[in-house]
Design a protein around this ligand. Structure first.
Ligand code: G3P
Ligand code: MG
Length: 261
Protein backbone atom coordinates (compact mmCIF):
# COMPACT_ATOMS: atom_id res chain seq x y z
CA UNK A 1 0.00 0.00 0.00
CA UNK A 2 1.22 3.51 -0.72
CA UNK A 3 -0.01 6.89 0.46
CA UNK A 4 1.47 7.37 3.87
CA UNK A 5 2.16 3.84 5.02
CA UNK A 6 5.08 3.45 7.44
CA UNK A 7 4.37 6.68 9.23
CA UNK A 8 5.46 6.89 12.85
CA UNK A 9 2.77 6.41 15.48
CA UNK A 10 1.83 9.64 17.19
CA UNK A 11 3.25 9.98 20.69
CA UNK A 12 0.32 12.20 21.56
CA UNK A 13 -1.83 9.41 22.97
CA UNK A 14 -2.40 10.07 26.65
CA UNK A 15 -4.98 7.33 27.07
CA UNK A 16 -5.01 4.03 28.96
CA UNK A 17 -5.54 0.66 27.27
CA UNK A 18 -9.08 0.15 28.60
CA UNK A 19 -12.17 2.32 28.18
CA UNK A 20 -15.57 1.74 29.77
CA UNK A 21 -18.20 1.56 27.01
CA UNK A 22 -21.12 3.99 27.47
CA UNK A 23 -19.59 5.21 30.78
CA UNK A 24 -20.00 2.14 32.98
CA UNK A 25 -20.41 -0.78 30.59
CA UNK A 26 -23.00 -3.24 31.84
CA UNK A 27 -22.53 -2.22 35.47
CA UNK A 28 -24.77 0.87 35.36
CA UNK A 29 -27.38 2.50 33.13
CA UNK A 30 -25.56 3.52 29.96
CA UNK A 31 -24.45 7.08 29.27
CA UNK A 32 -25.18 8.33 32.81
CA UNK A 33 -23.16 9.76 35.68
CA UNK A 34 -23.92 6.53 37.55
CA UNK A 35 -21.78 4.91 34.85
CA UNK A 36 -18.89 7.17 35.86
CA UNK A 37 -19.31 5.93 39.44
CA UNK A 38 -19.00 2.33 38.24
CA UNK A 39 -16.02 3.24 36.06
CA UNK A 40 -14.19 4.70 39.07
CA UNK A 41 -15.20 1.79 41.29
CA UNK A 42 -13.55 -0.67 38.92
CA UNK A 43 -10.36 1.38 38.55
CA UNK A 44 -11.04 2.55 34.99
CA UNK A 45 -9.49 5.83 33.87
CA UNK A 46 -11.32 6.27 30.57
CA UNK A 47 -14.92 6.30 29.40
CA UNK A 48 -16.55 6.20 26.00
CA UNK A 49 -19.97 7.82 25.68
CA UNK A 50 -22.39 8.99 22.99
CA UNK A 51 -23.24 12.67 22.54
CA UNK A 52 -26.08 14.25 20.59
CA UNK A 53 -28.19 17.43 20.42
CA UNK A 54 -31.61 18.24 21.80
CA UNK A 55 -34.08 20.21 19.64
CA UNK A 56 -32.71 23.42 21.17
CA UNK A 57 -29.07 22.40 20.69
CA UNK A 58 -28.12 21.28 24.18
CA UNK A 59 -25.39 18.60 24.03
CA UNK A 60 -26.26 15.58 26.12
CA UNK A 61 -25.48 11.87 26.42
CA UNK A 62 -27.72 9.25 24.77
CA UNK A 63 -27.08 6.35 22.41
CA UNK A 64 -30.33 5.85 20.51
CA UNK A 65 -32.20 8.26 18.23
CA UNK A 66 -35.30 7.53 20.28
CA UNK A 67 -36.04 7.65 23.99
CA UNK A 68 -37.88 4.41 24.69
CA UNK A 69 -35.09 1.91 25.37
CA UNK A 70 -33.12 3.83 28.00
CA UNK A 71 -35.54 6.43 29.39
CA UNK A 72 -39.20 6.73 30.34
CA UNK A 73 -39.72 9.16 27.44
CA UNK A 74 -41.20 8.50 24.02
CA UNK A 75 -40.35 9.43 20.46
CA UNK A 76 -37.38 11.03 18.78
CA UNK A 77 -34.78 12.63 21.04
CA UNK A 78 -34.24 15.35 18.43
CA UNK A 79 -37.83 16.53 18.81
CA UNK A 80 -37.46 17.29 22.53
CA UNK A 81 -36.06 20.41 24.13
CA UNK A 82 -33.48 20.06 26.88
CA UNK A 83 -36.07 21.19 29.42
CA UNK A 84 -38.19 18.19 28.41
CA UNK A 85 -35.28 15.75 28.28
CA UNK A 86 -33.93 16.86 31.66
CA UNK A 87 -37.05 15.57 33.42
CA UNK A 88 -36.73 12.02 32.07
CA UNK A 89 -35.70 9.02 34.12
CA UNK A 90 -32.68 7.37 32.51
CA UNK A 91 -31.99 4.78 35.18
CA UNK A 92 -35.18 2.91 36.14
CA UNK A 93 -35.07 0.78 32.97
CA UNK A 94 -31.81 -0.70 34.25
CA UNK A 95 -32.82 -1.29 37.85
CA UNK A 96 -34.97 0.27 40.59
CA UNK A 97 -31.88 1.38 42.52
CA UNK A 98 -31.09 3.73 39.63
CA UNK A 99 -34.55 5.31 39.44
CA UNK A 100 -34.26 9.09 39.23
CA UNK A 101 -30.99 9.01 37.28
CA UNK A 102 -31.03 11.85 34.74
CA UNK A 103 -29.63 12.26 31.25
CA UNK A 104 -26.32 14.12 31.67
CA UNK A 105 -25.29 17.13 29.63
CA UNK A 106 -21.88 17.10 27.96
CA UNK A 107 -20.83 19.78 30.46
CA UNK A 108 -21.74 17.50 33.38
CA UNK A 109 -19.72 14.69 31.82
CA UNK A 110 -16.75 17.05 31.49
CA UNK A 111 -17.08 18.02 35.16
CA UNK A 112 -17.08 14.34 36.14
CA UNK A 113 -13.99 13.71 34.04
CA UNK A 114 -12.23 16.57 35.83
CA UNK A 115 -13.38 15.52 39.29
CA UNK A 116 -12.40 11.87 38.92
CA UNK A 117 -9.39 12.20 36.59
CA UNK A 118 -11.08 10.27 33.79
CA UNK A 119 -10.26 10.67 30.10
CA UNK A 120 -13.08 10.61 27.53
CA UNK A 121 -13.75 9.24 24.08
CA UNK A 122 -16.73 11.32 22.98
CA UNK A 123 -18.60 9.50 20.25
CA UNK A 124 -20.49 12.04 18.16
CA UNK A 125 -23.82 10.28 17.61
CA UNK A 126 -25.95 12.77 15.65
CA UNK A 127 -29.71 12.52 15.48
CA UNK A 128 -30.79 11.94 11.85
CA UNK A 129 -29.97 14.92 9.63
CA UNK A 130 -28.02 16.76 12.35
CA UNK A 131 -24.53 15.47 11.58
CA UNK A 132 -22.79 18.72 10.77
CA UNK A 133 -24.09 20.85 13.62
CA UNK A 134 -23.54 18.05 16.14
CA UNK A 135 -19.93 17.62 14.97
CA UNK A 136 -19.33 21.35 15.20
CA UNK A 137 -20.84 21.78 18.65
CA UNK A 138 -19.26 18.66 20.17
CA UNK A 139 -15.82 19.74 18.95
CA UNK A 140 -16.29 23.26 20.32
CA UNK A 141 -17.54 21.79 23.60
CA UNK A 142 -14.53 19.46 23.77
CA UNK A 143 -12.25 22.49 23.54
CA UNK A 144 -14.01 24.69 26.06
CA UNK A 145 -15.32 22.15 28.59
CA UNK A 146 -12.14 20.05 28.85
CA UNK A 147 -9.70 22.93 29.38
CA UNK A 148 -6.87 21.87 31.69
CA UNK A 149 -7.79 18.18 31.40
CA UNK A 150 -6.57 15.28 29.29
CA UNK A 151 -7.99 16.25 25.88
CA UNK A 152 -10.93 14.10 24.83
CA UNK A 153 -10.72 11.89 21.78
CA UNK A 154 -13.61 12.43 19.35
CA UNK A 155 -15.03 9.68 17.17
CA UNK A 156 -18.02 9.03 14.95
CA UNK A 157 -19.48 6.71 12.35
CA UNK A 158 -20.54 9.91 10.55
CA UNK A 159 -18.03 11.29 8.06
CA UNK A 160 -19.95 14.56 7.93
CA UNK A 161 -19.88 14.99 11.71
CA UNK A 162 -16.16 14.33 11.94
CA UNK A 163 -15.44 16.68 9.02
CA UNK A 164 -17.36 19.42 10.85
CA UNK A 165 -15.47 18.62 14.07
CA UNK A 166 -12.16 18.84 12.19
CA UNK A 167 -13.11 22.24 10.80
CA UNK A 168 -14.43 23.61 14.12
CA UNK A 169 -11.58 22.43 16.34
CA UNK A 170 -8.72 20.91 14.33
CA UNK A 171 -6.58 20.42 17.45
CA UNK A 172 -9.04 18.01 19.11
CA UNK A 173 -7.95 14.52 18.05
CA UNK A 174 -10.33 12.42 15.97
CA UNK A 175 -10.87 8.76 15.21
CA UNK A 176 -13.10 7.30 12.49
CA UNK A 177 -15.48 4.56 13.58
CA UNK A 178 -15.98 1.66 11.22
CA UNK A 179 -18.19 -1.37 11.31
CA UNK A 180 -17.17 -3.43 8.27
CA UNK A 181 -13.91 -1.96 7.02
CA UNK A 182 -14.26 -0.30 3.60
CA UNK A 183 -11.51 -0.74 0.99
CA UNK A 184 -10.84 3.02 1.00
CA UNK A 185 -10.41 3.32 4.80
CA UNK A 186 -7.02 4.99 4.43
CA UNK A 187 -8.42 7.73 2.18
CA UNK A 188 -11.22 8.37 4.68
CA UNK A 189 -8.97 8.66 7.74
CA UNK A 190 -6.52 10.87 5.86
CA UNK A 191 -9.27 13.19 4.67
CA UNK A 192 -10.50 13.59 8.23
CA UNK A 193 -6.95 13.91 9.56
CA UNK A 194 -7.64 11.19 12.11
CA UNK A 195 -5.20 9.92 14.72
CA UNK A 196 -7.06 6.68 15.29
CA UNK A 197 -9.07 3.92 13.63
CA UNK A 198 -11.99 2.66 15.73
CA UNK A 199 -12.83 -0.87 14.67
CA UNK A 200 -15.55 -3.35 15.36
CA UNK A 201 -13.36 -5.95 17.09
CA UNK A 202 -14.85 -8.78 15.07
CA UNK A 203 -13.24 -7.47 11.87
CA UNK A 204 -9.78 -6.94 13.35
CA UNK A 205 -6.92 -9.24 12.39
CA UNK A 206 -3.29 -9.05 13.41
CA UNK A 207 -2.45 -8.02 9.85
CA UNK A 208 -5.02 -5.21 9.76
CA UNK A 209 -3.77 -3.87 13.13
CA UNK A 210 -0.25 -3.81 11.66
CA UNK A 211 -1.46 -2.01 8.52
CA UNK A 212 -3.29 0.62 10.56
CA UNK A 213 -0.21 1.16 12.74
CA UNK A 214 1.95 1.42 9.62
CA UNK A 215 -0.32 4.24 8.50
CA UNK A 216 0.59 6.05 11.73
CA UNK A 217 -2.81 5.52 13.35
CA UNK A 218 -3.78 4.17 16.74
CA UNK A 219 -6.33 1.35 16.93
CA UNK A 220 -9.40 1.23 19.18
CA UNK A 221 -11.44 -1.99 19.28
CA UNK A 222 -15.09 -2.04 20.29
CA UNK A 223 -16.88 -3.74 22.02
CA UNK A 224 -14.66 -6.42 23.56
CA UNK A 225 -16.24 -8.38 26.38
CA UNK A 226 -14.31 -11.63 26.25
CA UNK A 227 -11.12 -11.57 28.33
CA UNK A 228 -9.10 -13.89 26.08
CA UNK A 229 -10.05 -11.88 22.99
CA UNK A 230 -9.10 -8.62 24.76
CA UNK A 231 -5.72 -10.06 25.69
CA UNK A 232 -5.11 -11.23 22.12
CA UNK A 233 -6.01 -7.79 20.75
CA UNK A 234 -3.65 -6.14 23.26
CA UNK A 235 -0.94 -8.59 22.16
CA UNK A 236 -1.49 -7.47 18.56
CA UNK A 237 -0.94 -3.91 19.76
CA UNK A 238 -4.52 -2.61 19.80
CA UNK A 239 -4.12 0.66 21.67
CA UNK A 240 -7.54 0.93 23.29
CA UNK A 241 -10.11 -1.70 24.15
CA UNK A 242 -13.64 -0.48 24.74
CA UNK A 243 -15.60 -2.89 26.94
CA UNK A 244 -18.89 -3.43 28.71
CA UNK A 245 -17.24 -5.84 31.16
CA UNK A 246 -15.43 -3.45 33.44
CA UNK A 247 -15.87 -6.07 36.14
CA UNK A 248 -13.92 -8.81 34.35
CA UNK A 249 -11.45 -6.88 32.15
CA UNK A 250 -9.42 -5.40 34.98
CA UNK A 251 -6.86 -2.65 34.38
CA UNK A 252 -4.04 -4.58 36.11
CA UNK A 253 -4.36 -7.31 33.46
CA UNK A 254 -3.27 -4.92 30.68
CA UNK A 255 -0.12 -2.89 30.14
CA UNK A 256 -0.23 0.72 28.96
CA UNK A 257 -0.32 1.10 25.16
CA UNK A 258 3.11 1.28 23.53
CA UNK A 259 4.49 4.73 22.75
CA UNK A 260 7.18 5.45 20.21
CA UNK A 261 10.62 6.02 21.74
O1 G3P B 1 -17.28 3.94 20.11
C1 G3P B 1 -17.42 2.56 20.14
C2 G3P B 1 -18.84 2.11 20.26
O2 G3P B 1 -19.49 2.86 21.24
C3 G3P B 1 -19.60 2.20 18.97
O3 G3P B 1 -20.83 1.58 19.02
O4 G3P B 1 -23.27 1.61 19.08
O5 G3P B 1 -22.01 1.30 21.17
O6 G3P B 1 -22.05 3.52 20.08
P1 G3P B 1 -22.09 2.02 19.88
MG1 MG C 1 -20.66 4.65 21.36
Amino acid sequence: MGNGINRTLSADWPYPRLAAHRCGGTLAPENTLAGFDACVRYGYRMVEFDAKLSADNQLFLLHDDTLERTTNGHGAAAEHTWQQLATLDAGAWYGPQFAGTRLPTLAEAAERCARDGIAANIEIKPCPGRDEITGTLVASGALTLWQGQTPPLLSSFSFEALAAARDAAPSVQRGMLFDEVPDDWLRIVRELDCVSFHANQRYLTERLVAEIHCAGLRVLAYTVNDTARAQLLAQWGVDMICTDRIDTLRPHMFSAPANPA
